[in-house]
Design a protein around this ligand. Structure first.
Ligand SMILES: NC(=O)c1ccc[n+]([C@@H]2O[C@H](COP(=O)([O-])OP(=O)(O)OC[C@H]3O[C@@H](n4cnc5c(N)ncnc54)[C@H](O)[C@@H]3O)[C@@H](O)[C@H]2O)c1
Ligand SMILES: O=C(O)C[C@H](O)C(=O)O
Length: 329
Protein backbone atom coordinates (compact mmCIF):
# COMPACT_ATOMS: atom_id res chain seq x y z
CA UNK A 1 0.00 0.00 0.00
CA UNK A 2 1.32 3.48 -0.92
CA UNK A 3 1.67 6.03 1.88
CA UNK A 4 -1.08 8.67 1.86
CA UNK A 5 -0.89 11.94 -0.07
CA UNK A 6 -2.00 14.87 2.07
CA UNK A 7 -4.42 17.22 0.31
CA UNK A 8 -5.76 20.50 1.68
CA UNK A 9 -9.04 21.84 0.32
CA UNK A 10 -10.12 25.33 1.36
CA UNK A 11 -13.79 26.29 1.28
CA UNK A 12 -14.52 22.63 1.94
CA UNK A 13 -18.07 23.30 3.15
CA UNK A 14 -18.99 25.18 -0.02
CA UNK A 15 -20.69 24.12 -3.25
CA UNK A 16 -17.55 22.99 -5.08
CA UNK A 17 -16.23 21.31 -1.95
CA UNK A 18 -19.39 19.23 -1.75
CA UNK A 19 -18.66 17.70 -5.16
CA UNK A 20 -14.89 17.72 -5.01
CA UNK A 21 -14.19 15.99 -1.70
CA UNK A 22 -16.05 12.82 -2.63
CA UNK A 23 -14.18 12.59 -5.95
CA UNK A 24 -10.83 12.94 -4.18
CA UNK A 25 -11.73 10.44 -1.47
CA UNK A 26 -13.00 7.88 -4.00
CA UNK A 27 -9.69 7.82 -5.87
CA UNK A 28 -10.78 9.76 -8.98
CA UNK A 29 -8.04 12.35 -8.54
CA UNK A 30 -4.95 10.37 -7.52
CA UNK A 31 -5.85 6.89 -8.70
CA UNK A 32 -7.34 3.69 -7.31
CA UNK A 33 -4.29 2.67 -5.23
CA UNK A 34 -3.41 6.02 -3.65
CA UNK A 35 -4.65 6.71 -0.09
CA UNK A 36 -5.46 10.32 0.71
CA UNK A 37 -5.38 12.33 3.95
CA UNK A 38 -7.79 15.26 3.70
CA UNK A 39 -7.27 18.61 5.42
CA UNK A 40 -10.50 20.53 5.14
CA UNK A 41 -10.10 24.25 5.75
CA UNK A 42 -13.01 26.57 6.43
CA UNK A 43 -13.74 29.81 8.18
CA UNK A 44 -14.92 29.39 11.78
CA UNK A 45 -18.67 30.04 11.13
CA UNK A 46 -18.74 27.29 8.47
CA UNK A 47 -17.28 24.60 10.74
CA UNK A 48 -20.70 23.18 11.79
CA UNK A 49 -21.65 22.72 8.11
CA UNK A 50 -18.23 21.25 7.44
CA UNK A 51 -18.85 18.80 10.25
CA UNK A 52 -21.89 17.54 8.32
CA UNK A 53 -19.75 17.03 5.22
CA UNK A 54 -17.22 15.10 7.32
CA UNK A 55 -20.05 12.90 8.61
CA UNK A 56 -21.05 12.14 5.01
CA UNK A 57 -17.46 11.36 4.05
CA UNK A 58 -17.33 8.96 7.01
CA UNK A 59 -20.59 7.41 5.86
CA UNK A 60 -19.09 6.56 2.47
CA UNK A 61 -16.48 4.30 4.14
CA UNK A 62 -14.08 5.11 1.28
CA UNK A 63 -11.28 2.51 1.24
CA UNK A 64 -8.72 5.13 0.16
CA UNK A 65 -9.63 7.80 2.70
CA UNK A 66 -6.87 7.68 5.30
CA UNK A 67 -7.94 10.57 7.56
CA UNK A 68 -9.98 13.78 7.65
CA UNK A 69 -8.91 16.93 9.51
CA UNK A 70 -11.51 19.72 9.53
CA UNK A 71 -10.02 23.00 10.73
CA UNK A 72 -10.15 26.79 10.64
CA UNK A 73 -6.46 26.99 11.52
CA UNK A 74 -4.32 27.59 8.43
CA UNK A 75 -1.16 26.25 10.08
CA UNK A 76 -2.87 22.98 10.95
CA UNK A 77 -4.69 22.84 7.61
CA UNK A 78 -1.60 23.23 5.44
CA UNK A 79 0.77 21.23 7.65
CA UNK A 80 2.70 18.74 5.51
CA UNK A 81 0.33 19.04 2.53
CA UNK A 82 1.46 17.78 -0.87
CA UNK A 83 -1.41 19.49 -2.67
CA UNK A 84 -3.28 22.67 -1.70
CA UNK A 85 -6.53 23.18 -3.58
CA UNK A 86 -7.59 26.76 -2.87
CA UNK A 87 -11.30 26.90 -3.53
CA UNK A 88 -12.57 28.91 -0.54
CA UNK A 89 -13.72 32.40 -1.47
CA UNK A 90 -16.89 34.23 -2.41
CA UNK A 91 -18.44 33.42 -5.83
CA UNK A 92 -19.78 36.23 -8.01
CA UNK A 93 -23.47 36.93 -8.38
CA UNK A 94 -25.42 37.74 -11.55
CA UNK A 95 -24.23 40.98 -13.15
CA UNK A 96 -20.70 40.82 -11.71
CA UNK A 97 -17.44 40.07 -13.51
CA UNK A 98 -15.01 37.73 -11.74
CA UNK A 99 -12.52 40.54 -11.22
CA UNK A 100 -15.14 42.42 -9.17
CA UNK A 101 -14.28 39.85 -6.49
CA UNK A 102 -10.65 40.93 -6.20
CA UNK A 103 -11.10 43.31 -3.31
CA UNK A 104 -13.30 40.78 -1.45
CA UNK A 105 -11.31 37.61 -2.11
CA UNK A 106 -7.78 38.84 -2.77
CA UNK A 107 -6.85 39.19 0.88
CA UNK A 108 -7.73 35.55 1.59
CA UNK A 109 -4.79 34.49 -0.54
CA UNK A 110 -2.09 36.51 1.26
CA UNK A 111 -2.48 34.58 4.54
CA UNK A 112 -2.97 31.28 2.73
CA UNK A 113 0.20 31.80 0.66
CA UNK A 114 2.17 32.56 3.83
CA UNK A 115 0.73 29.56 5.67
CA UNK A 116 1.47 27.21 2.76
CA UNK A 117 5.08 28.38 2.61
CA UNK A 118 5.46 27.92 6.36
CA UNK A 119 3.75 24.55 6.76
CA UNK A 120 3.42 22.57 3.54
CA UNK A 121 5.52 19.61 2.39
CA UNK A 122 8.60 20.49 0.35
CA UNK A 123 6.95 19.16 -2.82
CA UNK A 124 3.68 21.10 -2.39
CA UNK A 125 1.72 22.02 -5.50
CA UNK A 126 -1.02 24.63 -5.36
CA UNK A 127 -4.12 24.92 -7.56
CA UNK A 128 -6.18 28.10 -7.18
CA UNK A 129 -9.87 27.86 -8.07
CA UNK A 130 -11.36 30.78 -6.09
CA UNK A 131 -11.98 33.75 -8.36
CA UNK A 132 -10.47 35.68 -9.92
CA UNK A 133 -8.26 32.61 -9.87
CA UNK A 134 -5.29 33.78 -11.96
CA UNK A 135 -4.69 36.87 -9.86
CA UNK A 136 -5.51 35.13 -6.58
CA UNK A 137 -2.82 32.61 -7.52
CA UNK A 138 -0.43 35.49 -8.17
CA UNK A 139 -1.25 36.87 -4.70
CA UNK A 140 -0.69 33.52 -2.95
CA UNK A 141 2.53 32.90 -4.89
CA UNK A 142 3.86 36.38 -4.12
CA UNK A 143 3.27 35.67 -0.43
CA UNK A 144 5.20 32.39 -0.60
CA UNK A 145 8.41 33.31 -2.39
CA UNK A 146 10.20 30.17 -1.17
CA UNK A 147 7.95 27.85 -3.19
CA UNK A 148 9.24 27.35 -6.73
CA UNK A 149 7.29 29.08 -9.49
CA UNK A 150 6.46 25.86 -11.32
CA UNK A 151 4.32 24.64 -8.39
CA UNK A 152 1.58 27.26 -8.82
CA UNK A 153 -1.50 26.76 -10.95
CA UNK A 154 -4.85 28.47 -11.54
CA UNK A 155 -7.74 26.62 -13.10
CA UNK A 156 -8.77 27.14 -16.72
CA UNK A 157 -9.64 23.49 -17.31
CA UNK A 158 -13.35 24.15 -16.95
CA UNK A 159 -13.04 26.59 -19.85
CA UNK A 160 -11.13 24.00 -21.89
CA UNK A 161 -13.79 21.38 -21.22
CA UNK A 162 -16.54 23.86 -22.11
CA UNK A 163 -14.79 24.78 -25.36
CA UNK A 164 -14.30 21.13 -26.34
CA UNK A 165 -17.93 20.39 -25.66
CA UNK A 166 -19.10 23.35 -27.82
CA UNK A 167 -16.83 22.36 -30.73
CA UNK A 168 -17.91 18.72 -30.51
CA UNK A 169 -21.59 19.68 -30.58
CA UNK A 170 -21.10 21.95 -33.61
CA UNK A 171 -19.15 19.24 -35.47
CA UNK A 172 -21.55 16.47 -34.45
CA UNK A 173 -18.80 14.37 -32.84
CA UNK A 174 -18.11 13.08 -29.33
CA UNK A 175 -16.15 15.50 -27.14
CA UNK A 176 -13.22 13.05 -26.97
CA UNK A 177 -12.60 13.77 -30.67
CA UNK A 178 -11.56 17.33 -29.79
CA UNK A 179 -7.90 17.77 -28.80
CA UNK A 180 -5.17 20.41 -28.68
CA UNK A 181 -7.43 23.05 -27.19
CA UNK A 182 -5.68 25.98 -25.56
CA UNK A 183 -7.32 28.50 -23.31
CA UNK A 184 -5.02 31.52 -23.35
CA UNK A 185 -4.85 34.12 -20.60
CA UNK A 186 -7.33 34.84 -17.86
CA UNK A 187 -10.23 32.75 -16.50
CA UNK A 188 -12.56 35.61 -17.34
CA UNK A 189 -14.67 37.04 -20.12
CA UNK A 190 -11.48 37.97 -22.01
CA UNK A 191 -10.09 34.41 -22.17
CA UNK A 192 -9.26 33.15 -25.66
CA UNK A 193 -10.33 29.59 -26.51
CA UNK A 194 -7.97 28.96 -29.43
CA UNK A 195 -9.80 27.11 -32.21
CA UNK A 196 -6.99 27.82 -34.67
CA UNK A 197 -4.69 25.17 -33.19
CA UNK A 198 -7.39 22.79 -31.95
CA UNK A 199 -8.16 19.53 -33.72
CA UNK A 200 -11.18 17.32 -34.31
CA UNK A 201 -10.31 13.70 -34.98
CA UNK A 202 -6.78 14.87 -35.76
CA UNK A 203 -7.87 17.44 -38.37
CA UNK A 204 -7.71 21.18 -37.97
CA UNK A 205 -10.96 22.50 -36.48
CA UNK A 206 -11.23 25.01 -39.32
CA UNK A 207 -11.17 22.10 -41.84
CA UNK A 208 -14.03 20.40 -40.03
CA UNK A 209 -16.14 23.44 -39.08
CA UNK A 210 -16.38 25.75 -42.09
CA UNK A 211 -18.48 28.35 -40.26
CA UNK A 212 -15.63 30.79 -39.52
CA UNK A 213 -18.07 33.46 -38.30
CA UNK A 214 -19.35 31.03 -35.65
CA UNK A 215 -15.80 30.13 -34.59
CA UNK A 216 -14.72 33.75 -34.29
CA UNK A 217 -17.99 34.92 -32.74
CA UNK A 218 -20.52 32.73 -30.97
CA UNK A 219 -18.06 29.96 -30.07
CA UNK A 220 -15.69 32.31 -28.26
CA UNK A 221 -18.41 34.33 -26.55
CA UNK A 222 -20.27 31.19 -25.42
CA UNK A 223 -17.14 29.88 -23.69
CA UNK A 224 -16.28 33.31 -22.25
CA UNK A 225 -19.82 33.78 -20.90
CA UNK A 226 -20.56 30.21 -19.83
CA UNK A 227 -19.97 30.90 -16.14
CA UNK A 228 -22.43 33.81 -16.26
CA UNK A 229 -24.97 31.69 -18.18
CA UNK A 230 -24.83 29.04 -15.47
CA UNK A 231 -25.27 31.62 -12.72
CA UNK A 232 -28.33 32.94 -14.58
CA UNK A 233 -29.80 29.47 -15.05
CA UNK A 234 -28.99 27.94 -11.67
CA UNK A 235 -28.99 31.00 -9.45
CA UNK A 236 -25.52 30.02 -8.26
CA UNK A 237 -22.23 29.43 -9.95
CA UNK A 238 -21.00 26.22 -11.50
CA UNK A 239 -20.01 23.66 -8.88
CA UNK A 240 -20.06 20.03 -10.07
CA UNK A 241 -18.44 20.93 -13.39
CA UNK A 242 -15.89 23.07 -11.54
CA UNK A 243 -15.08 20.21 -9.15
CA UNK A 244 -14.76 17.88 -12.14
CA UNK A 245 -12.32 20.31 -13.73
CA UNK A 246 -10.21 20.36 -10.54
CA UNK A 247 -10.00 16.56 -10.74
CA UNK A 248 -9.05 16.79 -14.43
CA UNK A 249 -6.43 19.47 -13.71
CA UNK A 250 -4.64 17.47 -11.01
CA UNK A 251 -4.85 14.26 -13.05
CA UNK A 252 -3.33 16.06 -16.03
CA UNK A 253 -0.52 17.41 -13.86
CA UNK A 254 0.29 14.00 -12.39
CA UNK A 255 0.10 11.81 -15.51
CA UNK A 256 1.99 12.18 -18.79
CA UNK A 257 -0.01 14.04 -21.46
CA UNK A 258 -0.97 11.83 -24.43
CA UNK A 259 1.48 12.20 -27.32
CA UNK A 260 0.79 15.21 -29.53
CA UNK A 261 -1.85 16.72 -27.24
CA UNK A 262 -1.79 19.34 -24.50
CA UNK A 263 -4.05 20.79 -21.84
CA UNK A 264 -4.78 24.23 -20.43
CA UNK A 265 -3.63 25.42 -17.04
CA UNK A 266 -2.74 28.90 -15.87
CA UNK A 267 0.90 28.90 -14.78
CA UNK A 268 3.63 31.40 -14.02
CA UNK A 269 4.66 33.11 -17.27
CA UNK A 270 8.33 32.72 -18.16
CA UNK A 271 7.85 35.09 -21.10
CA UNK A 272 6.71 32.39 -23.57
CA UNK A 273 4.67 33.73 -26.50
CA UNK A 274 5.68 37.25 -25.49
CA UNK A 275 3.46 37.14 -22.38
CA UNK A 276 4.87 39.40 -19.68
CA UNK A 277 6.83 37.42 -17.09
CA UNK A 278 5.37 36.79 -13.64
CA UNK A 279 1.70 36.90 -14.66
CA UNK A 280 -0.29 33.73 -13.97
CA UNK A 281 -1.51 32.98 -17.47
CA UNK A 282 -3.21 30.05 -19.13
CA UNK A 283 -1.00 28.34 -21.71
CA UNK A 284 -0.89 25.04 -23.58
CA UNK A 285 0.84 22.68 -21.15
CA UNK A 286 2.30 19.20 -21.43
CA UNK A 287 3.12 17.07 -18.41
CA UNK A 288 6.21 15.04 -19.06
CA UNK A 289 6.70 12.62 -16.20
CA UNK A 290 4.02 13.18 -13.60
CA UNK A 291 5.82 15.92 -11.71
CA UNK A 292 7.29 18.14 -14.45
CA UNK A 293 5.45 20.10 -17.07
CA UNK A 294 6.37 22.46 -19.90
CA UNK A 295 4.68 25.12 -21.96
CA UNK A 296 4.17 23.82 -25.52
CA UNK A 297 6.27 26.13 -27.69
CA UNK A 298 6.06 27.40 -31.26
CA UNK A 299 2.34 27.06 -31.88
CA UNK A 300 1.29 29.35 -34.72
CA UNK A 301 -0.40 32.52 -33.47
CA UNK A 302 -2.14 34.39 -36.29
CA UNK A 303 -3.19 38.02 -36.19
CA UNK A 304 -6.68 37.19 -34.90
CA UNK A 305 -5.30 35.00 -32.10
CA UNK A 306 -2.65 37.58 -31.18
CA UNK A 307 -5.23 40.34 -30.75
CA UNK A 308 -7.29 38.06 -28.49
CA UNK A 309 -4.24 37.01 -26.46
CA UNK A 310 -3.18 40.66 -26.09
CA UNK A 311 -6.63 41.57 -24.74
CA UNK A 312 -6.65 38.89 -22.06
CA UNK A 313 -3.04 39.57 -21.04
CA UNK A 314 -3.82 43.28 -20.75
CA UNK A 315 -6.62 42.41 -18.35
CA UNK A 316 -4.23 40.29 -16.27
CA UNK A 317 -1.81 43.23 -16.10
CA UNK A 318 -4.64 45.48 -14.90
CA UNK A 319 -5.60 42.95 -12.22
CA UNK A 320 -1.96 42.66 -11.15
CA UNK A 321 -1.69 46.46 -10.90
CA UNK A 322 -4.92 46.59 -8.88
CA UNK A 323 -3.71 44.07 -6.30
CA UNK A 324 -0.37 45.87 -6.10
CA UNK A 325 -2.33 49.01 -5.29
CA UNK A 326 -4.23 47.08 -2.60
CA UNK A 327 -0.88 46.02 -1.10
CA UNK A 328 -1.61 42.31 -1.63
CA UNK A 329 1.55 41.58 -3.62
N1 LIG B 1 -11.72 28.69 -11.75
C1 LIG B 1 -12.92 28.21 -12.04
O1 LIG B 1 -13.11 27.65 -13.14
C2 LIG B 1 -14.05 28.30 -11.07
C3 LIG B 1 -15.24 27.62 -11.35
C4 LIG B 1 -16.30 27.71 -10.45
C5 LIG B 1 -16.19 28.50 -9.30
N2 LIG B 1 -15.01 29.15 -9.07
C6 LIG B 1 -14.85 29.96 -7.85
O2 LIG B 1 -14.64 29.08 -6.75
C7 LIG B 1 -14.97 29.77 -5.54
C8 LIG B 1 -15.81 28.88 -4.64
O3 LIG B 1 -17.05 28.63 -5.26
P1 LIG B 1 -18.23 27.85 -4.48
O4 LIG B 1 -19.35 27.77 -5.43
O5 LIG B 1 -17.72 26.64 -3.84
O6 LIG B 1 -18.59 28.94 -3.38
P2 LIG B 1 -19.40 28.73 -2.00
O7 LIG B 1 -19.79 30.08 -1.53
O8 LIG B 1 -20.44 27.67 -2.17
O9 LIG B 1 -18.28 28.14 -1.07
C9 LIG B 1 -17.15 28.86 -0.73
C10 LIG B 1 -16.71 28.40 0.63
O10 LIG B 1 -15.48 29.07 0.92
C11 LIG B 1 -15.50 29.34 2.30
N3 LIG B 1 -14.53 30.39 2.58
C12 LIG B 1 -14.68 31.73 2.46
N4 LIG B 1 -13.56 32.35 2.87
C13 LIG B 1 -12.69 31.39 3.23
C14 LIG B 1 -11.38 31.40 3.76
N5 LIG B 1 -10.74 32.55 4.00
N6 LIG B 1 -10.79 30.23 4.05
C15 LIG B 1 -11.43 29.06 3.83
N7 LIG B 1 -12.69 28.98 3.35
C16 LIG B 1 -13.30 30.13 3.06
C17 LIG B 1 -16.93 29.72 2.62
O11 LIG B 1 -17.23 29.57 4.00
C18 LIG B 1 -17.69 28.73 1.75
O12 LIG B 1 -18.02 27.54 2.46
C19 LIG B 1 -15.65 31.07 -5.99
O13 LIG B 1 -14.71 32.13 -5.93
C20 LIG B 1 -16.04 30.77 -7.43
O14 LIG B 1 -16.16 31.95 -8.18
C21 LIG B 1 -13.97 29.07 -9.92
O1 LIG C 1 -18.32 32.28 -13.62
C1 LIG C 1 -18.16 32.21 -12.40
O2 LIG C 1 -18.24 33.20 -11.67
C2 LIG C 1 -17.84 30.88 -11.78
C3 LIG C 1 -16.77 30.16 -12.49
O3 LIG C 1 -15.61 30.92 -12.63
C4 LIG C 1 -17.22 29.61 -13.83
O4 LIG C 1 -16.52 29.81 -14.82
O5 LIG C 1 -18.28 28.94 -13.88
Amino acid sequence: MKSPITVAVTGAAGQIGYSLLFRIASGSMFGPDQPVALRLIEIEPALPTLNGVVMELDDCAFPLLHSITPTADLNEGFSGVNWALLVGSVPRKAGMERKDLLSINGKIFTGQGQAIEKNAASDVRVVVVGNPCNTNCLIAKSNAPGIPSERWFAMTRLDENRAKSQLAAKAGVHNTAVTNLTIWGNHSATQYPDFTNAKINGKSVTDVISDQAWLEGEFISTVQQRGAAIIKARGSSSAASAANAVVDTVKSLTTPTPAGDWTSVAVWSDGSYGVEKDLITSFPIRTTDGTSWEIVQDLPVNEFSQSRIDATINELKEERDAVKELGLI
